[in-house]
Design a binder for this molecule. Sequence first.
Ligand SMILES: Nc1ncnc2c1ncn2[C@@H]1O[C@H](COP(=O)(O)OP(=O)(O)OP(=O)(O)O)[C@@H](O)[C@H]1O
Ligand SMILES: [Mg+2]
Length: 329
Amino acid sequence: MIEVRNLWKIYRTYEKEEGLIGSLKALFKRKYRDVEALKGVSFTIEEGEFVGYIGPNGAGKTTTLKILSGILYPTKGEAKVLGFIPWERKAEFLKQISFVMGQKHQLWWDLPALESFLLNKEIYEIPSHLFYANLEELSSLLAVEDLLKVPVRNLSLGERMKMELIASLLHSPRVLFLDEPTIGLDVVAQKEIRDFLKRFNKEHKTTIMLTSHYVRDIEALCERVLVLHRGEIIFEGSIKELTRRYSDDKLLTITFEERVPDEIESYGRLLSRDEGKATLRVGRDKVADVARALLESYSVKDIVVEEIPIEDVIREIFLSLGREEDGEI
Ligand SMILES: Nc1ncnc2c1ncn2[C@@H]1O[C@H](COP(=O)(O)OP(=O)(O)OP(=O)(O)O)[C@@H](O)[C@H]1O
Ligand SMILES: [Mg+2]
C-alpha cells in the first residue's frame, strides 16, 4: 500500500546578511545551508495497517508525510502509495488519499463546516448518496451532528478538529496521513478522536499513518511503530518490542505494612516514596531476587511489577542517541 525506498530530502536554505550590503553581496555569492531532513528512509506499510511514526522535533516526520501525500518532492529515492508516485499528483491518486495536519486547517473559518464539506464534494466529485451517507456516519460517530451549521470560528478546538477529520474522510480515502491530529486538545477530546480513529480504521480498513507526540495516541492505536531520528529510521516494530529492546529495567512498587524502610535505596533506584509505598527501578533480571529479598526482610502488603512507561522509554532512547552524537557517552 505504501512503499518507501531510500528516500532523501535535503532542504536548501539561503542565508542573507543584514542590510543593503548583504543584499548586494547575495547577488554575487549566495550563502546557503543544507538541511538533511531525510537520510535514506525505507519502509513498507500494508493495507489496513495503522502505523505510528514517531520521533523528536525535527526528525523529519512531517517532511515524510508531505512527500507521501504529494505536497513535496524528495531529493532522491522512491515512493509508491497505492501504486502511484505521490509527487506526480495524479488526480486518481489525490482522490484516494487524505492528509490532516493538527496545526493547519482546511475549513473556511467564517462558514459552517457543512459549507466546506459541500465544496469538497464538488472538488472530489463525491456522488451525493455516498457523500450524505458518509456525512451521517462520520458526524454521528464524532457526535457533532448539531454543529454542522455553526460557523467554524465559533467551535471549540476539539470540535474543529473533528470537523477537519470529517472533511478529510468524506471522499472515502484509502490512505490517511495524520500529522499530530490531537495536538493541543484536552484529554477528553483526545480520547474521543482516538476512539473514533480506532473504530474507523477497523471498520473501513483505511491505511493510516499517524504522527503524534502524545504516546497515548500511539499506544492506543498503532500495532506497529516506526521511529525516526534525525532523518533515519532507528526502529521498526511493536511498542512492546520497543520497550523490551531499549529498556533493561522494570518498575517495582512495594506497599509495606508499616513505613518504607530506610534501606530501601539499597534494593534499586528509588523513584518515589511516601508513607508506606515505594517505587524502585530494578534491572529486568534482578526483579525476582529483589522481590524475594524484600518479602523475607519486611512485612510487605503488596508488590506490583510493571514495564517502564513507554513515554520514559522513548525519552531515554532519544536522550541517549543525542548524547552519543555529542560525544558525551
Ligand atoms: N521548508 C523547509 N526549509 C528548510 N528546512 C526545513 C523545511 N521544513 C523542514 N525543515 C527542516 O527539516 C527538518 C525536519 O523537519 P520536519 O518538519 O519534517 O520534522 P518533524 O519530525 O515533523 O518535527 P516536529 O515533531 O517538530 O513536527 C528540521 O530540521 C526542519 O528544520
Ligand atoms: Mg512535524
